[in-house]
Design a binder for this molecule. Structure first.
Ligand SMILES: Cc1cc2nc3c(=O)[nH]c(=O)nc-3n(C[C@H](O)[C@H](O)[C@H](O)COP(=O)(O)OP(=O)(O)OC[C@H]3O[C@@H](n4cnc5c(N)ncnc54)[C@H](O)[C@@H]3O)c2cc1C
Ligand code: SF4
Ligand code: SF4
Length: 406
């Protein structure tokens, strides 16, 4: 049985709830393709009839439709999610620490998982050599390849676009994706037993949202460069946080600070789905990493370049074991920190999570679709923001819907 148009994908696209994960394309047997839409975000486009079984799985796993609930853990916080161990630290290999986005913790954990034989490869994201500001899914089978994929890519990514092929290959691989990507993979596991067998490790990071192409174009305009001239584009890394660096094919190199690239140009182009994200901290990953920002005397993060430092939250038994083993093997230097310190490093994420309930309720009242978000503690998190700010966000979201701005 086939369905001409996927009702889930149509509804999700209509409501601007697509995060671009690529799961629907991977499950569609060629009926859906991920395209670089005019919005500058990777989006599904249906080109053939979809099998009903695939539609049923997509309806239950697409992060635009449903978000995986946080698992039980010894500790859980409404904003920071479930956790077993929290630490700050960095890769002990100076190259990994330098090239990594924060302290290279994700790459160090991946390297340890590969070295110890727990996985035989890593499915993650790297810069597209044919389109330097864009991303491709890559399969790393060596430490050098993992390091090549280090760093944050503030552009649309579809890490699940080839997940069917990765599962069909067998073996054991680690998966790295945005929190919404990991949510989709956890939901897929409810339908496909190969996921739990083949993916012993799912890693993620705190996510401030994915900006569209307009963001990078705005950076390049200030730099005086065009996309088609680029030989490479790095959003950050090579130091912490590191500059955005564009290199043209004729060798011209332009830089922009993280405070300007993310703070001015990229953040204002973040996709709509991110504004109502119920889990932007990777609560369903085995390990989730973030910037362990130092704060100034007013508590604002300091973006002056310094040796990288990651925040690492081990959430599951598998994640805790990986963290402990990587430290024991000397691949990762990590010191425990209290939950109270996390708020100081990531103050903005707390406000953001606190406002999601108000925004989602507004959508529901206006008969707009929203992702099912049960089990992500939205109500508890909303208590940490003032009623005035929540009300302001209700008005803002209502105006946005009425104006058709998604
Ligand atoms: C879109 C985006 C938004 C972010 N927002 C925040 C935030 O608000 N607060 C915060 O603390 N941290 C945020 N981060 C995460 C942060 O930048 C670091 O990635 C995180 O601290 C891990 O650093 P690391 O040095 O341990 O990782 P690294 O060792 O550098 O490894 C990073 C890993 O992430 C993967 N990756 C990079 N970009 C993408 C992408 N677009 N999609 C899927 N996988 C990707 C790479 O393949 C690599 O394996 C964001 C990252 C991204 C990509
Ligand atoms: S969020 Fe993922 S599964 Fe859902 S429509 Fe977008 S690409 Fe497809
Ligand atoms: S903010 Fe949420 S929806 Fe947006 S990319 Fe990050 S995890 Fe996905």
């Amino acid at each position: 049985m086939t369905s001409a148009v996927s009702p889930t994908v149509s509804r999700v696209l209509k409501g601007s709830l697509c995060s671009g994960c690529g799961l629907c394309a991977s499950l569609s047997d060629g009926a859906i393709r991920m395209d670089d839409a005019s919005s500058g975000f990777l989006r599904p486009r249906q080109v053939g009839a979809l099998n009903r079984n695939a539609e049923a799985v997509i309806a239950d796993a697409c992060p635009g439709a449903v978000v995986a609930p946080w698992p039980e853990a010894p500790h859980s916080h409404p904003v920071w999610g479930p956790w077993r161990k929290i630490a700050t630290g960095h890769a002990t290999d100076e190259q990994v620490r330098f090239k990594g986005s924060s302290g290279g913790a994700v790459s160090a954990l991946l390297i340890h998982a590969l070295r110890s034989g727990q996985v035989d490869r890593v499915v993650h994201v790297a810069a597209d050599p044919d389109d330097p500001p864009g991303n491709i899914v890559t399969v790393s089978r060596s430490e050098a390849e993992i390091i090549r994929g280090a760093g944050s890519r503030y552009a649309s990514s579809s890490p699940l676009a080839d997940i069917e092929a990765a599962l069909a290959e067998g073996g054991a691989f680690a998966f790295v994706g945005k929190p919404c990507d990991v949510s989709a993979l956890r939901r897929l596991a409810l339908h496909d037993p190969r996921v739990d067998k083949c993916v012993p490790l799912m890693l993620s990071f705190f996510c401030g949202g994915v900006p569209g192409r307009k963001g990078v174009r705005s950076i390049l305009a200030v730099m005086g460069l065009k996309e088609e001239e680029l030989a490479s584009f790095r959003y950050r890394g090579h130091g912490w946080p590191g500059d955005a660096v564009a290199v043209a094919r004729d060798g011209r190199t332009e830089k922009m600070s993280y405070a300007d690239s993310w703070g001015v140009h990229l953040t204002r182009e973040v996709q709509f789905r991110c504004k109502i994200c119920p889990d932007a901290v990777g609560g369903v990953a085995d390990v989730s990493c973030a910037d362990a920002w130092y704060g100034d005397e007013r508590g604002y993060p300091v973006f002056e370049d310094q040796p990288g430092r990651s925040l690492v939250l081990a959430r599951t038994i598998a994640g805790e074991r990986l963290l402990e083993a990587a430290v024991l093997a000397g691949v990762l230097a990590a010191a425990p920190v209290g939950l109270d310190e996390v708020g100081g490093m990531q103050a903005w994420q707390a406000i953001r999570k606190g406002l999601v309930r108000a925004r989602q309720i507004t959508l529901a009242l206006m008969m707009q679709p929203k992702p099912r978000s049960r089990g992500t503690r939205l109500r508890d998190a909303s208590r940490s923001v003032s009623k005035r700010l929540a009300l302001w966000n209700v008005v803002g979201m209502a105006r946005r819907v009425l104006a058709g701005r998604r």
